[in-house]
Design a protein. Sequence first.
Lengths: 95, 484, 493
Amino acid sequence: MSLDTATVRRVASLARLRVEEADLPRLETELNGILGWIEQLQAADTQGVEPMAGGGAEKLRLREDRVTDGGIQQQVLANAPDRADVFFSVPKVVE
Amino acid sequence: MSSYTLEGSTGTWEVVIGLEVHAQVTSEAKLFSGAATTFGAEPNSQVSFIDAGFPGMLPVINGECVAQAVRTGLGLNAQVNLWSRFDRKNYFYADLPQGYQISQFAFPIIGTGQIEIQLADGSTKLIGITRLHLEQDAGKSLHDQHPTKSYIDLNRSGVALMEIVSEPDLRSPEEAGAYLTKLRQILRYLGTCDGNMEQGSLRADVNVSVRKAGEGFRTRCEVKNVNSIRFVMQSVEAEARRQIEVWEAGEEVVQETRLFDTTRGVTRSMRSKEDAHDYRYFPDPDLPPLVIEQAWVDQLKAALPELPDARRARYVGDFGLTPYDAHVLTLEKETAAFYETVARGRDPKVAANWLTGDFFAGLNRTGHSIGESPVTAAHLGELLDLIADSTLSGKLAKEVLEVMFETGKAPGILVEERGLKQVTDTGAIEAVIDQVMAANAGKVEEYRSGKDKLFGFFVGQTMKAMQGKGNPTLVNELLKTKLG
Amino acid sequence: MTAPTDYTLAGARAALARREISATELTTAHLDAVAALNPRLNAYITVTPEAALAQAAAADAALAKGEGRALTGIPLAIKDLFCTAGIRTTAASKILGDFKPPYESTVTSQLLRDGAVFLGKANLDEFAMGSSNESSAFGGVENPWKRQGDDSVLVPGGSSGGSAAAVAARLALGATATDTGGSIRQPAAFCGVVGIKPTYGRCSRFGIVAYASSLDQAGPVARTVEDCAILLGSMAGFDPKDSTSADRAVPDFAAAVARGVKGLRIGIPREYRVEGLSLEIDALWRQGMDWLKAEGATLVDISLPHTKYALPTYYIVAPAEASSNLARYDGVRFGIREEGADLKDLYERSRAAGFGPEVTRRILIGTYVLSAGYYDAYYVKAQQVRALIKRDFDQAWGQVDAILTPATPTAAFGRDETQDDPVAMYLNDVFTITANLAGIPGMSVPAGLDSKGLPLGLQILGRPFDEETVFAVGGAIERVAGFTATPSVRAAA
């Protein structure tokens, strides 16, 4: 499975990463190098093996339903690059 | 069974509908954070760093939200999965701070179930439930506050939602409306969602397709975020008509997400969803699987409140109500509770008649919901007692109820204050009858010579003279005796 | 008398308790060393002298009242991946801008609880993605070690290169670090210090900027095995704010260090004798085996057959999780923003301006392997192989109590020596990555020098939640190896 330029462009768009046209060929080569190397995984026999999602605890601990957080409006907004009073602000979105 | 179809230029079309309902879970705190869920708070005041997607923040699940999902699953007669899992649904949006929504894509907590819906013609229909899963709500974008900017309020971000998906079993706007009505009713009975559609606690994505009789399914479109039962019904018809036009023009319906324009009554394509989405679901590595015990599920099941179907059956079976009255009285949990208070220790049918008749009329007239009724269930019950012990005639009681709506006072007090007490003193009634007979000696003669129809005249005159307070039975009896 | 910067952490603790030195003197000596050497080594991104001196003063007051705790007055470097309240936290990325977290990570708050002094935030590879520290947006870190007769700049390893270099050059008595594929153990080996990645779930991840959530684990870097044990004792522990945190008591790690290896069965995995393994590394490994045998352990030849798949598995799982974890850096709530024509443009410009090339590569790979049509072939396949790698270890624990391997395939290399080929860089983690995939503890201990005078490390792997045995084996190797070499760039004695 190797990537073509259009796929690199699509993946970059999905990841919301602006990639200049001039950089596409280099990225394509790098990504294909990595993917080609990853390809060796296909040789592993995984017939009937249950996928392992993560390490750690085997099940979720259930939290109590109590309000213990929030009420920190100014702290939540403090690092925002653009804000309007008590809101975060972004360029207008058309739905 | 309804047989709803739409006529197009090429023939008759059937409509196929499935609903994805997002129901906000009733809980104090959010699904994965300890921030509050109260509606209408100051923007961004009910936000934790977890809800705002800050670096290094981690989700921890609220057990009550899990319990609520299980209760709902039980209420939908559905399979409860003891092992389920949270996945990340990845997409970028202004009100999605983490860049992904934590949801249950591959392994939902609730599997298949079914509910019965009631239709206007008295028929019922079983509608399949595909699944129910828990997920986080997104924040809110405000687009009308600034000419070139959208404002983001994350108060809702991270609030627990149940997404309840139906099978494509619905075939008409009426069925879609009845389904949502029934679902809302069940949620409200269970106390797992307040069902408040104006506040967005309950929203529906409506999947609509059309087909000719006997065909398989054609391409469907999803009308997003419809926030009232009426709009759900309208959007089904609008979208079905649009699709019929597309097919009949020889074109293809494109699978897409649309919005219902409530003012124009049409659906339109959603611009923000134009990108073909590739959500890249994968198991959330911050959350081990959700594993629950059957014993806990059994415990929750044992503690479930009576659900609308059971209550309706009880009203018909035990109380002898008509199926219609039973349906009306059980639609809202509050109404049923009110009714049961009124009916306790009294004739349940009389109670039902008063509730569905004059009491509902009074609510309508004064513009109150049952929750804010000026007439309490205890007061209405007291009114029925005053009828039963002949203190009030039915007619007087209706008048008293009207005053109760205006003043909120107990009927006993009103009867005292206004001297509305029914007269049962035979001597007093006889005295009035004597006066009436004396004043209408001619008519007395006519009656006695065989003109029986005049009896009603004497009843009317007597009651009028007593300002309606004479006990009707006694007035009748005494008149019969005196007139001979 | 020992120079304050030459103390071991345990030694400094004893000296503080005996009032031979004050916390303020100890901190000042370290701050002076940082001021002198950091401009060259670049081990710290941010130095916080005022806060450090205030903490030192508080430590002196506590010590005077006899209220010293496990780390009272001990100056540490904090990897700049741990959120520290009110102190800029960068993850060595431009994208976080001047982000000052309004909260403290659980690990660092436990260190503060125990009285530690924070000197500043240590450099790392951007978002902990890298094995050389060259991907830091704040410039690479220079390894304080030099090849004999060669002044060229070597990398400290990564991603915790700043932590390891700071500890090696005596710019801190110990440091926090994190390890996703070897990011504690590889730089520890390159810098001649000790580092342990504990069992997944042992340290809370709350407040640590996430790279790959199912693999990330915090741990300490220090100059001795005992110092690591002391630090881990403070850093570890159950945290209800992390759903993957293990609800287990924290053992007395320090007590395990001197336990010895008598009677222990030590596994030697034949699959780790990889192609291209340098003769010197191979010789060191054999030396390690001989030491342990001489100390009373039994060597057992074992097989971990899926080892060869570990790297490609990691380079699917880690980028996939990273692509999702790094979606929150979007220029809306914190960090830098590049204005754009619309929201999508703003996202794309902000993220392109904020992320460096290695992070960009991994986000793209991760996005691709999760995308429709490829998920099963890549991600599910990788998760299956991950299960097999874990199973290999589970089976090995039936035969052995710990496993001995080399820590890295080579000694520290020069800047830019492998940067052009991402895959060649990834191979650095060949020995360390299996521990992350299986979730088991792993330690790197300096055991010798190569022919050019650079430190080499041995790795000890242990059963899940059996860090004590790892400390026991590490302690034995440390004692027998008698590694006393010091880097050429270090605080003046």
